[in-house]
Structures are given as structure tokens and as C-alpha cells.
Design a protein around this ligand. Structure first.
Ligand code: AMP
Ligand code: MG
Length: 288
């Protein structure tokens, strides 16, 4: 995949979280693998669209015809407030027809959800065969905000890392390809975004006073992210720590990670179980 910027799937994969990962070594304002200006970025961003649409259509078609045999894709988006999770969902996945998509934003759990294990509300949002699911926040909140604000006891949080990898293993065994993305922003970038949110009548609805409380725990959140990413980045459900201060760059990376996943599924159109010539003849006969 050649573009003026030469941005490729390999470049996107450089954001993958491997052993010895240290969050502080990722500069939120960097754009690994990308050189060039806005025009190059825009071009690289649009280039895979046609292929992506065809791949998604093949995935969906197989979900309709061969649900027993086809897998699905799950994209988990995490990041501090204003890190651009919603923007990724809209800009990267918004190109697909709604029927093949399952987008869900996990907010504060309800009373009913709190009465169950933390994965109870998560499971039903997993993608069906042939679907692409996008989670804006996820089961990771239960080891992020819970750790930082002490919403659960330490032993329970400790248990959850294992419960999470078990859950993701289970999904992967059912044929779900999992891509987990942390949109890594700087506190300065967040401050700018929050100010913009408060001042903009069209965005202020997104603002919650609690955002500032979370912001006061910035370092604790970074630590919680580092632990979660290190402990749950597996071969079957890897994390990608994507610099997020340049939103367009972050969207570019997510799009190429998705492209890679869909390509690796070796998708074909479903086989047909009738004879097209015979069906054509029947059609002509019906017109007489
Ligand atoms: P937003 O995504 O900005 O609409 O905010 C959702 C809020 O719900 C954030 O403050 C999250 O930290 C919070 N949240 C999401 N999941 C959980 C969870 N499992 N436990 C506690 N808080 C959560
Ligand atoms: Mg918010």
C-alpha cells in the first residue's frame, strides 16, 4: 500500500504493546511511521476505503450465509476524556453500512449492572458472526476507573486482569478478531479540549463536571493504563497504544489496523448452492 507518505499497516503496527511496555515512552504528540502534511494524511486515510467496504461486505455476506464458519471483529477503544474515542467510531467506522456494525458506548453502570459480575453487561455487546463491533469504553473501565478511584477492592481488581484475558480468549476461540486501542493524549491536549467543550454550545453537552475530577488523577490513570495494557496485551487480543494528540493520525492508525485484520481473514464471497444457468433459465421462463 503505497501513498505519498508511504504509511502502511506495518507503521500502524508499531504502536503495538509488547513486553516491557512503558507508557511514558510514548509521546502523545508523535506520529510514528507518518511523515508528511495534512494532504498526505488525508490521502492515506481515504486510500483503503474501497477495499475496506468490499471486505466488510464479504464479512457481512458470510455472516448471513455461513454464520457457523465466519468470524467477527471487535475494536475496543479506551482513553481519557476527550481522547477522541467517539471521533474514531464515527470517522473510521462511519463508512460502513449500519447493518454490519454494532457500536456501543459503555457509561457508568446501572444499578442492575452493578448487581452482576463486571462482564455481565459486556458479553451481549460482543459482535455476531459477520459483524464489526466497536466499543467506546469497555470492560477495561473495571480495572481503570475502579483502580484509580478505589471503586472495587484491590483483590477484586487483581482477579479481573485474569478474568479479562480469559474472556477475550473465549471470544477469540469463537472467531472474533480483537483490536484494542488506547488513544494516548497529553494533559495539555485534554485541557485544550475540555475548554473547547465548555465554551462550545454544540459540545458542552458532552462535558461532565466529573471530567475534572478524573483529570486530577491523571498520573494514577496513566499508571492504571500501563498496568492494564501490559497485563492484557496478548497474541489473540493485542493492545495498541496510539498517540492521540493528532486526532487525524490516531484515526489513520486505527483504520490501517482494521484493514490488516480484515485482510488476514482471507474473506471470499459466500459459495452459492444453485446453478446460475438454470436459475437464469427459470427467470426467463417466468417472463414469458
Ligand atoms: P463518557 O464516555 O464520557 O460518556 O463517560 C462515561 C463515564 O462512565 C466515564 O466517567 C467512565 O469512567 C464511566 N464508566 C464507564 N464504565 C464504568 C464502570 N464499569 N465503572 C465505573 N464507571 C464507569
Ligand atoms: Mg466524558
Amino acid at each position: 500500500m503505497e501513498t505519498m507518505s508511504d504509511f502502511s499497516i506495518k507503521d500502524a503496527q508499531r504502536t503495538r504493546v509488547g513486553p516491557g511496555f512503558t507508557l511514558s515512552e510514548v509521546d502523545p504528540d508523535s506520529t510514528p511511521g507518518f511523515k508528511g502534511g495534512n494532504k498526505d494524511l488525508d490521502r492515506a486515510f481515504r486510500e483503503p476505503d474501497e477495499e475496506l467496504l468490499t471486505l466488510q461486505e464479504k464479512l457481512w455476506a458470510n455472516g448471513r450465509r455461513n454464520p457457523e464458519e465466519i468470524g467477527s471483529v471487535l475494536v475496543v477503544l479506551q482513553g481519557m476524556d476527550t481522547s477522541g474515542k467517539g471521533g474514531v467510531a464515527r470517522r473510521v467506522f462511519g463508512i460502513f453500512p449500519p447493518y454490519g456494525l454494532k457500536v456501543y458506548a459503555f457509561g457508568k453502570p446501572t444499578e442492575e449492572e452493578l448487581a452482576h459480575d463486571f462482564l455481565w453487561r459486556i458479553r451481549p455487546q460482543a459482535p455476531e458472526p459477520g459483524q464489526i463491533a466497536v466499543w467506546d469504553r469497555s470492560h477495561y473501565e473495571d480495572v481503570l476507573v475502579h483502580r484509580v478511584l478505589g471503586l472495587s477492592p484491590a483483590e477484586e481488581i487483581e482477579r479481573r486482569y485474569g478474568a479479562i484475558t480469559d474472556f477475550e480468549w473465549e471470544l477469540s476461540q469463537r472467531g472474533t478478531r480483537i483490536i484494542k486501542v488506547m488513544l494516548h493524549i497529553s494533559p495539555e491536549f485534554q485541557a485544550k479540549n475540555l475548554l473547547d467543550r465548555i465554551e462550545n454550545p454544540e459540545k458542552v453537552w458532552k462535558y461532565q463536571p466529573g471530567d475534572i475530577d478524573d483529570r486530577r488523577h491523571w498520573d494514577d490513570y496513566q499508571e492504571a493504563f500501563e498496568i492494564a495494557l501490559t497485563r492484557t496485551s496478548t497474541a489473540y487480543a493485542p493492545w495498541y497504544c496510539v498517540p492521540g494528540d493528532d486526532k487525524d493520525y490516531a484515526r489513520l492508525v486505527v483504520k490501517y489496523l482494521l484493514l490488516n485484520e480484515l485482510r488476514s481473514m482471507n474473506l471470499e464471497w459466500p459459495e452459492i448452492h444453485f446453478d446460475p444457468d438454470m436459475e437464469k433459465q427459470r427467470l426467463f421462463d417466468s417472463m414469458k
